[in-house]
Design a protein around this ligand. Structure first.
Ligand SMILES: [Zn+2]
Length: 265
């Protein structure tokens, strides 16, 4: 059915369009999307339209989801798969937006076989084969040159889940080396967990939670503050560059050079 899906998507793109003013005010206020070149912007718009068409965004607990919110979420979902394609988000359709942190209730069994009931405030959550949950108050913190981006974080979990449970090992491309991925991430994760108790690092401490969170948090930083990842864990940066097929640090360097040239001219 691949041809049918492609045909339908081509039709959607032919008939849909995004409001240029809305794009500029909503999407380009995120620094990491504003630095995309014209060709990347064009493809980001196409993918954003497909995300908007194929996923539904609902409000919960009284949240009214505006066009701006819907667009901001869809564009940030789209940038992760800019060079991967929207099929990486197969198998689920729903994004649920809460006004603020929401309470997740779940049970889990520890190593001693004891069941625990947990009620924890969450800024975001991704369910295997199910929805992405987001706190809008937290989502709004993103894109201001900080390393925190709950939207990118949750969609990174979705990519990790594309080949089963989230474990920090998303489906790698045929030209990637699984051993190199494992070596880079294991060494970085061990180093991070050792150092984070003692010192402030450029990557959020939540990354120490487990390898799945490490991948999601490092993905946030990869897009929001790529130089931090490149400096702290160059081997991880390289693996993320190969996986996302994007080089956000090089993109910023290019945009800066173009800006300086423009000013000099
Ligand atoms: Zn997470």
């Amino acid at each position: 059915m691949g041809w049918f899906r492609d045909w339908r998507r081509a039709r959607i793109l032919k008939h849909a369009s995004l409001d240029a003013d809305l794009w500029e005010s909503v999407v380009l206020r995120y620094e990491f999307m504003a630095v995309l070149d014209a060709e990347e912007q064009r493809r980001l718009k196409e993918l954003t339209l497909l995300v908007l068409h194929e996923k539904s965004v609902h409000g919960a607990a009284g949240t009214v989801v505006t066009d701006e919110m819907r667009l901001a979420i869809a564009a940030q979902a789209a940038i992760l798969v800019l060079n991967l394609g929207i099929d990486y988000y197969r198998g689920w359709v729903e994004v649920i937006v809460y006004p603020d942190e929401f309470v997740a209730k779940y049970d889990y069994m520890d190593e001693d076989g004891v069941m625990h009931h947990v009620e924890a405030p969450m800024s975001g959550e991704s369910w295997q084969g199910g929805p992405v949950l987001l706190s809008w108050a937290d989502a709004e913190e993103a894109g201001r040159g900080r390393k925190y981006n709950v939207v990118v974080h949750e969609f990174a979990h979705k990519l990790d889940m594309a080949n089963g449970t989230a474990n920090g090992f998303p489906p790698l491309h045929a030209d990637m080396d699984r051993g190199a991925w494992a070596a880079a991430f294991t060494a970085a994760y061990d180093d991070f967990c050792k150092r984070i108790d003692e010192e402030e690092l450029a990557i959020d401490e939540y990354a120490a939670e487990d390898p799945a969170e490490f991948f999601a948090v490092v993905s946030e930083t990869f897009f929001e503050a790529p130089f931090e990842v490149r400096t702290l864990y160059p081997a991880v940066y390289e693996q993320l560059r190969l996986f996302y097929r994007q080089d956000p640090a090089a993109r910023i360097e290019r945009a800066d050079a173009a800006f300086r040239e423009g000013r000099a001219a």
